[in-house]
Design a protein around this ligand. Structure first.
Ligand code: ZN
Length: 265
């Protein structure tokens, strides 16, 4: 039997992290590394197929990952660094929003979460504590908490992450993001009531965001509160044009309606 296939060889600069997989949605361990795909015969590397790449967030569950050509990794980091300067400047002035070089409104919290995720998986892990140190002042306590939370979370330290997000929350209780992050934490811990309470806080602050409403469906379903789901769906349908015509959504709605009727009996 001849075994021919392709596999990553020359694997180095491995970092192991924790987070949600963008492909299968499972929250778990992932791995990022430099490598090169080679065709192989009996597991002897034969032909390089494609150049060297950075494999990012290879999921332990589904094995899917993002591949970035090695020569683009440094460019990606340079972009993050440039952006980060504006973010740090805004934070040092006590504002959580700034315009990027294209004039787009950007929020410090979501940017820091994405940037730390990318720095970690792209191989710039050592730069993250320096960044956190730069944010360590009373005026930027919100950004500091978010950055600590994101860094601890990707390292798999749930308690450390929680402490970071809670500190961001007390520094800026008017920001919805920490409530959303805390809602995710409670969801993973199976605390549906607490998850709902956090989502409601976020909705109070961002009433225009229908995604927050839809996020309530899961915990409400776990609690068997089908009538409440229908109320949430009604509100979401008014906010998202076309939602009530969406095939998958209609199917979900029908399922909930059935369960609600059954619970009434
Ligand atoms: Zn996955």
């Amino acid at each position: 039997m001849i075994i021919y296939g392709s596999k990553m060889y020359g694997v180095k600069n491995v970092v192991k992290g924790t987070g949600a997989c963008p492909h299968c949605g499972v929250y778990g361990k992932h791995k990022s590394y430099d490598g090169r795909k080679w065709g192989h015969l009996y597991f002897i590397p034969l032909i390089p197929s494609g150049g060297p790449v950075r494999v990012m967030k290879e999921c332990a569950k589904c094995s899917m990952a993002s591949h970035l050509p090695k020569d683009q990794v440094a460019k990606l980091y340079a972009d993050i660094e440039k952006h980060m300067q504006s973010c740090i400047l805004a934070a040092s002035e006590g504002v959580h929003q700034y315009s990027d070089d294209q004039g787009n409104d950007t929020f410090t919290g979501p940017f820091l979460i994405d940037a730390i995720d990318l720095m970690f998986t792209a191989g710039y892990r050592k730069e993250i504590p320096e960044l956190i140190h730069l944010l360590d002042s009373d005026v930027s306590r919100y950004e500091h908490g978010i950055a600590i939370g994101a860094y601890q979370e990707i390292q798999g330290d749930a308690d450390g992450a929680l402490a970071g997000y809670q500190s961001a929350n007390s520094a800026a209780p008017e920001e919805a993001l920490p409530y959303m992050l805390l809602a995710d934490f409670n969801a993973r811990a199976g605390r549906s009531e607490e998850q709902l309470a956090m989502l409601d806080k976020a909705i109070e602050l961002e009433s225009e965001n229908p995604q927050l409403l839809l996020a309530k469906i899961d915990p409400l379903e776990r609690l068997g509160r089908y009538q409440d789901i229908l109320v949430v769906m009604e509100q979401a349908e008014q906010m998202i044009p076309g939602l009530s015509q969406d095939k998958q959504y209609k199917k979900q709605r029908k399922k909930i309606e059935k369960k609600a009727a059954k619970a009434m009996r």
